[in-house]
Design a protein around this ligand. Sequence first.
Ligand code: NAD
Length: 490
Amino acid sequence: MAVSTGQERGLFIGGEVVEAASGEVRDLLEPATGEPLARAAMGGEADVDRAVAAAREALDGPWGRTPPNERSRLLHALADAIAANRKELAELESRNVGKAISSVKAEVGGAVENFRFFASVLGSIAGRANPVGGSLQTYSIKEPVGVCAQIVPWNYPLLMSVWKLSPALAAGCSVVLKPDPQTPLTVLRIAELAAEVGFPAGAINVVPGDGPTTGSYLVRHPGVDKVAFTGSTRTGSEIMRLASEPLKRLTLELGGKSPNIVFADADLDDAIPSSVWSIYYAAGQSCEARSRVLVEKPLYDEFVSRFAAYAKQLKVGDPLDPETQVGSLISTAHRERVHGFVEKGREEGAEVVVGGELPDGKGAFYAPTVLAGVDNAMTVAQEEIFGPVVAAIPFEDEKDAVRIANDVRYGLFATVWTGDPARGHRVARAIKSGMVGINMPFTAFPGIPFGGYKQSGFGRELSIDTLELYLETKGVLFSVSPKPFNPFGL
Ligand code: NAD
């Protein structure tokens, strides 16, 4: 096998592209066409062993000796390299995931900014020094946690990898990253770019492979000090169990069923198009997709009909067309699952206002779908559908809105639309989620902590707090007394 041509991708271990020990190579299909896109090597246990050993060697060697200012320079250089290769990366991601290129371009821009953010804030890594009392003094130092296993899903393979790599590398950790086997292409390219700009061998290793085998082995690996996972809540629970022996540090970024709350006093010309975007970008395959639209009762019918009219207008199609707003889902198998939820909604009494049909033809497309008359107890209001399907739920008043918003097991994001600023902040306080947006649809920016409450996980991405999750704090104690301690009075 030619391991890294445009069409054939190897694993990335110890600074180079390598074949999988088993020789396994898998065909990757383009979700929007069903046609072959590339072939990628799939790693197994022997490859994880190799990658963890390379990561440890880097930490004990050149990468571990790289001072913070040089780490910062390397992170900026990688940001520059991503910016210089943004066209190639965007097209690769769009074709591999099926997602509209307009969104993917913004994601590549976000990746660049994310590396820059952590390149800057790593200068803030510092311990403290305090006199404790008497002759006793102490200082603390920050050290990288060590070798990090990072596992990411298929919905934002490039961005989720960058969200994880950037704080880990800023803190001085080395990484073995396992992308989803369907979507390894862009992070493999980023690992190559990292090597080109001078990251030492073994600082970044990428081993695509199946979750229950390769991923599980990586999580349990005794050479791994920390596991950072993004994916479903079900897999997150399993990872927490697997990471407990031997015990590892853990962060989990999991699923969501985020509410988009629209009060009758909101500016509807702003709230409605933004609410449409908040569910349908990335074809609804976003953890923080506002998949439940909660609307104050007097406004409900008007809101649903205006929302549905916009949903119908969205341009669904070729992900590489710059005009496309909604691309393909990741696979026809996933589309079956999404459609199954819509059918379940119908059975439980929801009205399908637009969409909700399985289309003919090539690709895994699914039309933006609106379910009205939804009660929050229905399956479509409780379960993460992870597709372009919104559940519109009426509410009575502010108290009822907060009750419904919180009445799910998840707590990732919420958006509130209101003309009353005090109400916006009051509701933001009352909602049990890691993030709340007031009168704006956007969710993720470098510098703003991103993560969940409840079953949406724990730990935060994107912020200065994230650095702490990749650092250990060591306390050093000493005495300035000229007299030695003699605790036994010997
Ligand atoms: P998933 O949990 O099925 O898979 C995620 C990753 O885990 C993949 O790389 C997979 O191969 C791996 N995996 C699966 N089983 C494993 C195991 N037993 N041991 C180790 N690794 C294993 O999730 P998915 O369907 O690929 O992704 C969609 C989910 O991700 C949604 O629930 C979405 O909300 C969530 N997500 C969360 C965030 C966030 O920041 N909170 C961001 C993006 C996606």
